[in-house]
Design a protein around this ligand. Structure first.
Ligand code: SF4
Length: 476
């Protein structure tokens, strides 16, 4: 998972990007990069750590230009090294680009690029995307590219590059500095653009980056299309390839910030509605409880909705240490477990002697939930009921969320028969209730990617490609 921003048409573009990157920090903390373009030169700096750690103020201050892009990285493929940090820069033609997503045919692309005399230096899948774009543009002409050239090159790119990708790029088109936003034909990963003061524009993974600088949200980046932005001009939206639009539903469940507006809806409201739906399904099982406690932070709106629907209180039962990382996206098991021990502390009296609903967004490996249940049990609750406001995660994601192989996904190992009973026994709780797939679709509509729940991958992926991605993740 990663987050990106791009701005154009504003003074001190580097500083603006740096601020907006911090609003995207939840999407990746391993590395960060910032680049600007003044029409003649590109400036680029990237390093390990968060935006503040990786990009010192003197670097930001030294970068010229009224256009820039930034990226915060969490590797789903490649490593957490400086070399794999984004953005990437090509010199011919000059393109500064960053992306969020996961390319599933990276091996094939690297081979095709080698045959064209182009070598990939990093293990980040952003680099081959950019090299393919540069390759397709230079096939049309060596330089002086037009918007039409870009649309033509992106058509070829969308035929060659398979997987999920939302790309932000800075380049010269039609003789003008242009901020470019591209989204794969299914629109799997998110992206928005918005209007700033004095004719400025921003592209970002989530709308909260726009909020940080008081830009006004205009629209989502078009799936299978491109947006061209220039300071002082109206946006130009060009379609490139048509396909069923399937944005990632897991963004709305877990990954995106609750205050983001994604695919037209506030993430917080989506989580609330998922909670309401879960409450109905929970009640239909004939279960009862006295208090709802959210595992912070993602599940808070859903927990409030469940409490409201069931007519019981919602209480804070955990205090989160703000200075530890998100356990699910930390790269290895030891680091994840250490982070969890640091991450949550219990307000024991909230649980003592009560029949408690413990709300969470999802269960991936199950190690986090096991430790939380162990912790809660020390407070002496009468009953523990686990409620999850998404269906069981049974299939890995190959489109940009770092999930382990199917063998490591807890729910995949429990089959269908008496699933809830056996899983409750595994956790040592009184019940476990997942939101049904129908419930998820009732809130989000069926037009999303939900492959990690259903196994129906919107971009088909071969066994070889799966093996390649999982091995790259393991080595990362
Ligand atoms: S498989 Fe799951 S996590 Fe991956 S893009 Fe689809 S919905 Fe999102």
């Amino acid at each position: 998972m990663c987050g990106f921003v791009g701005v154009i048409g504003t003074d001190r573009a580097g500083a603006a990007v740096h601020v907006a990157m911090q609003a995207m920090q939840h999407r990746g903390q391993d590395a960060a990069g910032l680049g600007t373009f003044d029409g003649k030169r590109f400036y680029l700096h990237k390093d390990l750590g968060t935006a503040v750690q990786a990009i010192p103020p003197e670097v930001v201050a030294s970068f010229g230009g009224r256009a820039g892009i930034g990226h915060v990285r969490y590797p789903t493929i490649g490593s957490a090294s400086r070399e794999d940090a984004q953005p990437f820069l090509t010199r011919r033609p000059g393109i500064l680009a960053a992306h969020n997503g996961n390319i599933i045919n990276m091996d094939q692309l690297e081979e095709e690029l080698r045959e064209r005399g182009l070598f990939v230096l990093s293990r980040c899948d952003s680099e081959p995307i950019m090299l393919v774009l540069a390759d397709e543009l230079t096939r049309i002409r060596p330089g002086g590219h037009t918007s039409d050239d870009l649309v033509q090159a992106l058509g070829a790119l969308m035929d060659r590059v398979r997987g999920s990708y939302t790309v932000v790029a800075l380049m010269e088109l039609d003789g003008r500095k242009t901020l470019v936003g591209v989204r794969d034909p299914h629109g799997i990963r998110p992206g928005v653009y918005g209007r700033g003061p004095g004719g400025a524009w921003m592209i970002a993974s989530e709308s909260v980056a726009l909020d940080a600088l008081d830009y006004e949200l205009v629209d989502n980046l078009p799936a299978g299309g491109v947006v061209l932005l220039r300071g002082g001009d109206e946006p130009v939206v060009r379609p490139v390839r048509d396909a069923p639009v399937r944005p990632c539903v897991f963004e709305r469940i877990y990954f995106a910030r609750a205050d983001s507006i994604m695919e037209g809806g506030r993430v917080n409201s989506v989580r609330w509605e998922l909670g309401e739906r879960l409450a109905e399904e929970w009640k239909a099982r004939g279960l009862t409880a006295e208090v709802v406690v959210a595992v912070p932070d993602t599940s808070r709106p859903a927990a409030m909705a469940v409490a409201e629907k069931l007519g019981i209180p919602n209480r804070e039962g955990f205090i989160k240490n703000r200075y530890s990382g998100r356990t699910f996206i930390m790269p290895d098991q030891t680091a994840r477990e250490a982070a969890l021990r640091l991450k949550l502390n219990l307000i024991g009296e909230v649980f003592t002697g009560k029949r408690v609903i413990l709300m969470d967004d999802s269960i991936v490996r199950g190690s986090t939930m096991r430790r939380i249940v162990e912790m809660v049990r020390t407070a002496g609750p009468k009953e523990i009921h686990v409620a999850i406001f998404s269906p069981p995660v049974r299939h890995p994601c190959f489109y940009g969320i770092d999930m382990p192989s199917r063998e490591e996904l807890l729910a995949a190992g429990f089959g269908d028969e008496e699933f809830d009973l056996r899983l409750a026994a595994y956790f040592g709780v009184d019940s476990i209730t997942y939101l049904s797939q129908e419930g998820l679709e009732a809130v989000n509509g069926g037009r999303t990617c939900a492959a990690c729940f259903t196994g129906e991958y919107v971009v088909p992926i071969s066994d070889e490609e799966r093996g390649y991605i999982l091995s790259q993740r393991r080595s990362a």
